[in-house]
Design a protein around this ligand. Structure first.
Ligand SMILES: Nc1nc2c(c(=O)[nH]1)N[C@H]1C(S)=C(S)[C@@H](COP(=O)(O)O)O[C@H]1N2
Ligand SMILES: [Mo]
Length: 322
């Protein structure tokens, strides 16, 4: 499979989320999963673009059936400090960013290390769609149909050795292409990390698209991480490197403010951020009213994924290891 970089689809081919979800449910009932969005037929104009991703496997047993956040909101209300610190900056400033060609550097405690062309690297893997909740540490949340591959597939392909206890990720470091890196708001490049068992968990995903199309730049093109039981800042965008390490890697927000952002960053309504409560969240979802928040909902332990992931942390004090 080749993931095309350029927007080669007319804006009028974008499917609105209501149609998208209705068709998706129909396909589910018909037992038709792996089918491209192009088959959906009904289309509506949008200011956003992106290429349709072919042969996406759907539905997933991990899908939430909560109302989707609109494509418009998912792609215009963003956190991406490489392109500015306000929520509207990334959509405004990332348009000229060119996410191809893209090299992915694999390094550290593994057999298959080196520099790979991203498309070659991803080619052997079947794309899957997962409808996940995404909970930002700033207490807002969304529901997004992400498209990608389980991170475990990629890790297996890298063949980490027994010294690999953690997986570190780093973003692109390029002040020309990422103007926000001229400001020392974070120690660039953006860095994130997971324990290897967290990275191998079937919910962890490397994401290349959303709503059936390639990722818009502001959402982290060409490759980002999504770990749905953790706060959104774990979901590093524009991944340029993956390193297998023996020690817990340094992560950007933890390094910037260790008392506010932990390495684990598991969504936990019982552990407040020092400056605000984490017990509830404002949901950007399904309202169809653009930037309006649909309402406040209770935040769930592990963002509602406790049944799947709580067993990873039975030996860990989650208050100390926030
Ligand atoms: N490289 C990079 N990745 C990043 C960030 C960033 O500033 N730079 N922000 C994070 C934060 S705080 C959140 S909440 C999510 C937001 O993802 P979205 O804009 O696709 O909703 O991206 C995360 N990944
Ligand atoms: Mo965030």
């Amino acid at each position: 499979m080749i993931i095309r970089a350029k927007a080669d689809i007319r804006a009028s081919e974008i499917t609105p989320e209501s149609v998208y979800l209705g068709r998706r449910k129909l396909l589910k009932q018909l037992g038709l999963g792996a089918i491209g969005l192009t088959a959906f037929g009904q289309q509506q104009a949008s200011s956003q673009d992106g290429s349709v991703l072919p042969e996406v496997k759907r539905p997933s047993p991990f899908d939430t059936d909560e109302a989707l956040t609109t494509y418009e909101d998912v792609t215009t209300y963003n956190n991406y400090y490489e392109f500015g610190t306000s929520k509207s900056d990334p959509a405004e400033n990332a348009g000229a960013f060119e996410p191809r060609p893209w090299k992915l550097q694999i390094s550290g405690q593994a057999e298959n290390t080196g520099s790979f062309d991203l498309d070659d690297f991803l080619a052997p893997h079947q794309l899957e769609e997962r409808i996940y909740r995404m909970r930002c540490v700033e207490a807002w949340s969304m529901v997004v149909p992400w498209v990608g591959i389980p991170l475990a597939r990629v890790i297996e392909a890298c063949q980490p050795n027994s010294n690999a206890k953690y997986v570190a990720f780093y973003g692109l470091h390029d002040r020309q292409r990422m103007p926000g890196q001229r400001f020392a708001v974070l120690n660039w490049p953006y860095r994130e990390g997971l324990r290897i068992d967290e990275a191998m968990h079937p919910l962890s995903m490397l994401v290349v698209g959303l709503y059936g199309r390639t990722l818009p730049n502001q959402n982290g093109a060409p490759l980002r991480l999504i770990v749905p039981w953790k706060y959104g800042f774990k979901g590093i965008k524009a991944i340029a490197g993956i390193e297998f390490t023996e020690r817990q890697p340094s992560t950007s927000w933890n390094a910037a403010a260790p008392g506010e952002y932990g390495f684990y960053a598991n969504v936990n309504p019982a552990v407040d951020h020092p400056r605000w409560s984490q017990s509830s969240e404002r949901r950007l979802a399904g309202s169809g009213f653009g930037r309006l928040f649909a309402g406040r909902v209770d935040t769930l332990p592990f963002n509602g994924y406790a049944d799947q992931v709580a067993s990873l942390y039975t030996d860990l004090d989650l208050v100390k290891n926030f």
